[in-house]
Design a protein around this ligand. Structure first.
Ligand code: ZN
Length: 504
């Protein structure tokens, strides 16, 4: 006797359909799982057995062979509990074989036969639709995600018993319903940030042109406060982007059951003690911080304190906008297109150059610290802004600063101008080297000002192009057709090189 049902396994962010086939052999009772199961899937055998018994069904007194195909993909996670149980019950004649074969199942089972939510339900539902299934049966806690997928029936259940009764036509399972629409506006507003005009402008330029940014300044000057407001001035997520973000967060197991789609651009701020695997992914093939920040912001506070290998690991996603992980049996690609904001103190104690507090660092400690502010990652950062400590009088000022909504309107207009000129979705920051001058279209005097600066400061042509890209963004924020001298001057001012020693 045999039974065949379908489940799905996550490979990166995508779900791949898996055939779960059960054969009942006339041998001594035992359970064997074949087809590259991970230890956690192997352990599921006991859970599935208990769940079947607790649901009031007999467990076959045979040798139960569960085969998972395709055999070359490693099966991990707990989502196979339900399809394995259904395949066993189909093989033993308890569940209707024909109906069980046209639905895709995912869910973790408790020993008592209840269903628990799984990671990646959104991708699993997408896989079911793409493979032409009638529908997918998910745990109740995954319903909000499943409801985002149109074009197939998404049913939710609380227990194995309910699923079997549904497949046998005894009951109807409720359809998954989308949660009420939430607020699509980021909660943190630039209105709360007093002073720091240059930093606010840098943030606007970063948002408009897709430029990476580093803030340098003493503790308490508002670096984190400013960075956390970048998602709120970026253009709103498109429907496709929102779905992509939700799939990634779902694959990482970060979605709470009542949450539906990700509506606000992500803001991820990993601690500087983070490992390479946690930043780019790897452990159990869960997405890393770089992917969780996809379409949003990755904020690295106290950047010089991050381990060197972690900083180096970010180089690939900054260039390719994806993370590629190699593993036995192939490669997994995670999307990782994020805006990078780094922040740094001027020295290890944080008070070098501070007007009222003394720095306690030795010159060599300061130098070692600053040495971390160079290298391949910092080379890819277009904007470097030095923040001064905020005078207390300004912090408690009466007047409100400009709100995020007004800034976002300018950013969106600048982005439209870039799409029209550079090609859809191509920001100034990602312009190819040979296209920078023709597309930035600087006036004669602007180009001369740029060349003069490059020569006088002894910097490279590469840095010159970075300045021109930023100039183009500043011009786009003003709806200017050509880049003029003042745009170039403003762009140069947004590149504090950090090398001048401030007298202690
Ligand atoms: Zn210091």
């Amino acid at each position: 006797m045999s039974g065949l049902v379908h489940g799905a396994v996550l490979v990166g962010v995508e779900a791949v359909r898996v055939e779960v086939e059960v054969d009942l052999l006339r041998r001594l009772p035992s359970v064997a799982i074949v087809g590259l199961p991970s230890p956690s899937v192997r352990e599921a055998a006991e859970r599935v057995r208990s769940a079947i018994l607790a649901s009031g069904f007999d467990f076959p007194r045979n040798r139960v062979v569960i085969s998972l195909a395709p055999a070359d993909i490693r099966k991990d996670g707990t989502s196979f509990d339900l399809p394995m149980a259904m395949a066993i019950l189909a093989a033993s004649g308890v569940a209707d074989r024909g109906r069980a074969a046209v639905w895709l199942f995912a869910g973790e089972l408790t020993l008592a036969g209840e269903l628990r939510p799984v990671r990646g339900a959104l991708s699993i539902a997408c896989a079911a639709r793409d493979a032409g299934f009638v529908g997918v049966v998910l745990p109740e806690g995954n319903g909000a995600e499943g409801a985002l997928v149109h074009g197939l029936s998404v049913r939710v259940a609380r227990s194995l018993r309910e699923v079997v009764d549904f497949i046998n036509g005894a009951v109807e399972l409720p359809s998954a319903s989308a949660p009420p629409g939430g607020d699509a506006i980021a909660e943190l507003d630039l209105r709360d940030v007093q002073g720091q005009e240059e930093a606010r402008f840098a943030l606007e330029v970063a948002a408009a042109g897709g430029h990476n940014l580093i803030f340098e300044g003493p503790p308490g000057c508002g670096k984190t406060m400013l960075a956390a407001r970048l998602p709120g001035i970026l253009p709103s997520l498109s429907a496709a982007e929102a779905l992509e973000c939700t799939r990634i967060h779902s694959a990482a197991g970060l979605r709470a059951s009542q949450q539906g789609i990700v509506r606000v651009r992500p803001f991820r701020a990993p601690h500087h003690s983070v490992s390479t695997a946690a930043i780019i992914g790897g452990a159990n093939l869960h997405p890393g911080e770089a992917s969780l920040a996809h379409h949003g912001v990755l904020f690295l506070d106290e950047f010089p304190e991050f381990r060197r290998d972690v900083r180096e690991a970010l180089r690939a996603p900054l260039e390719d906008r994806v993370v590629v992980l190699s593993r036995a049996g192939g490669r997994v690609v995670f999307p990782a297109s994020f805006a990078l904001i780094a922040a740094s103190n001027p020295c290890p104690c944080g008070y070098h150059g501070h007007p009222t507090r003394a720095c306690v660092c030795s010159p060599s400690a300061r130098q070692r610290y600053r040495a971390h502010l160079s290298g391949p990652i910092v080379d890819r950062i277009d904007l470097r802004v030095l923040l001064a400590p905020v005078e207390p009088a300004r912090l408690f000022g009466e007047s409100l600063a400009e709100a995020s909504a007004a800034v976002r309107a300018r950013v969106e207009a600048a982005r439209s101008a870039q799409s029209a000129r550079n090609g859809a979705g191509c920001t100034n920051a990602s312009l190819a080297a040979d296209l920078v001058v023709p597309l930035a279209d600087p006036t004669g005097p602007a180009l001369r000002a740029l060349v003069n600066h490059v020569e006088a400061s002894g910097t490279s042509a590469r840095v010159g192009r970075r300045i021109l890209r930023v100039s183009r963004t500043i011009a786009d924020l003003e709806s200017a057709v050509r880049v003029d001298v003042r745009h170039v001057c403003q762009a140069i001012a947004l590149r504090f090189d950090g090398e001048e020693e401030v007298a202690p």
